[in-house]
Design a protein around this ligand. Structure first.
Ligand SMILES: [Zn+2]
Length: 143
């Protein structure tokens, strides 16, 4: 499948696309890392739009809450927000997992090394490992 265009992605996170297309993009985002990172950027832009029109959103929500029809059904806009939050959490969670597994591996590797070479100070090794690791993260972010 082809990559998703930027306009599509921002329309997607503003929920302006028909259900069908959203599903297609949903599926593509779970498989395509590059589109997913573009999508995260698009979310950031969406949030700027949301903050600008916050009073409008509040008014709309109030009206929805006043309407008995919408009280019976789950409110669509909060569902949409939950999905964006879920994607955010997914990305944040993955970052945390990578960060911790990286550090954990370093520490494990370090303790093996410490047994073999007891003369090198552990804190010094830990410092080096951490610096290397932080450099790596910086590099990744600069890509
Ligand atoms: Zn893609």
């Amino acid at each position: 499948m082809e990559h998703i265009q930027n306009e599509k992605l921002s329309a997607y996170c503003n929920n302006q696309l028909p259900e069908e297309e959203q599903t297609i993009i949903d599926n593509h985002l779970t498989e395509c890392e590059s589109c997913f990172s573009l999508y995260l950027e698009a979310i950031d832009n969406c949030h700027i739009d949301h903050s600008v029109s916050e009073s409008f959103t509040d008014k709309t929500m109030e009206e929805l809450e006043l309407s008995p029809l919408f009280n019976q059904e789950s409110r669509p806009s909060s569902k949409k927000k939950n999905r964006i939050m879920a994607h955010y959490l997914l990305a944040a969670g993955l970052t945390l997992i990578f960060t911790f597994s990286g550090l954990f591996e370093s520490v494990l590797h370090l303790s093996e090394q410490t047994d073999a070479v007891p003369k090198v100070s552990v804190s010094e090794q830990l410092m080096n490992k951490t610096t290397d690791f932080l450099d790596q993260i910086k590099e990744d972010n600069n890509k």
